[in-house]
Design a binder for this molecule. Sequence first.
Ligand SMILES: Cc1cc2nc3c(=O)[nH]c(=O)nc-3n(C[C@H](O)[C@H](O)[C@H](O)COP(=O)(O)O)c2cc1C
Length: 351
Amino acid sequence: MLLTSFQSQPSGGAMRYPELLEAAASLIAEVGMSDRVDLGCESGAQNRLNRAQMDSLSLRTRILGAVPATTATELFGARLSLPIVASALCASRILEAIAAASAGGTLSRPLPWDGDYLEAIAGGLADAGTAMSTGYISEEQLARVVDCGAPVIHIVKPHRDNEWVLRQLERAEQLGCVAVGMDIDSSFKEKAHDEVPAPAELTHKTLEEMSQFIAATSLPFVMKGILSAEDAVVARDLGAAAVMVSLHGGEVIDHARPVLEALREVRGAVPELVVLADSGFRRGADVVKALALGASAVGIGTLLVLACAANGRAGVRDLLAVLEEELGRTMSYLGCPDVRSIDEGVLAGAR
Ligand SMILES: Cc1cc2nc3c(=O)[nH]c(=O)nc-3n(C[C@H](O)[C@H](O)[C@H](O)COP(=O)(O)O)c2cc1C
């Protein structure tokens, strides 16, 4: 049944959200990776709490006199068709397993993407008119991703070799990335279900080291993994241009607080910074809530892995088209003609 809806696509029609998820689910099940989607860590309570808190905020429509909304926006000087970008991505065990099964001749259908899946994802984002973000990848891979044409935000890992970090920052600038940054929440120990199998190379950076990294680049620096006003203020004082409120997909600590709750606090603490958010965003209405609480854009990670598993570059493009449509429709009904006009007033019962 799931496979049937996937196979009904070869005529070239765009895939809708349920079709994308069903096609991804069937292929992921085929390679025995179903239990690796949306893992979180330990109990997974933070992802359930995050979802529940996101769902608990409802939206106030203001329809009379409203006009169709445009979702276009700008981030780090790049014009985007919508305020939804890729979260930092590197190797995906799920997509690796699908590629390995295809190479071994055991996949029941052709591999959904050509070549490197990160390039397929970056290509789909370029087609959709939005930005890619990269994580723990080599300089060579970064160059190939940049070549795909989407604006790229490169989030460097806190590798124990500071020269490696500085080389990555420099290379990102040479390649024309629009921003760089570091995920501060992957430094203390192996995450319970990390997608990256080499955490021993990572370490916790001192404030002096962070300051050195920020000073080493002329690009806006994004501090990713902020969940409190205290960290946001330190990030600002160190010279970061942006903070990303993130649970790292729930992989850092069990019982981490919900991202929209933290976003409200962080936005209040550093109103002068660009504030981004990721973790658990699944539909257009989720994104509206983050924009209402002050985010300039929202990152998606898991959804891009699923869209790529479903139909490679075209799957990513179709996913972004669905999200843009959902976001635009929701904004129109909320009386928000553009991204800039979304504020806390769209949230019912907002403090
Ligand atoms: C395949 C994959 C690879 C990832 N690699 C990185 C990485 O290298 N650096 C990083 O900061 N975050 C990485 N993340 C985490 C994402 O940037 C992001 O925080 C998370 O996926 C957002 O939650 P979501 O998956 O619910 O959208 C990765 C996520 C996935 C799914």
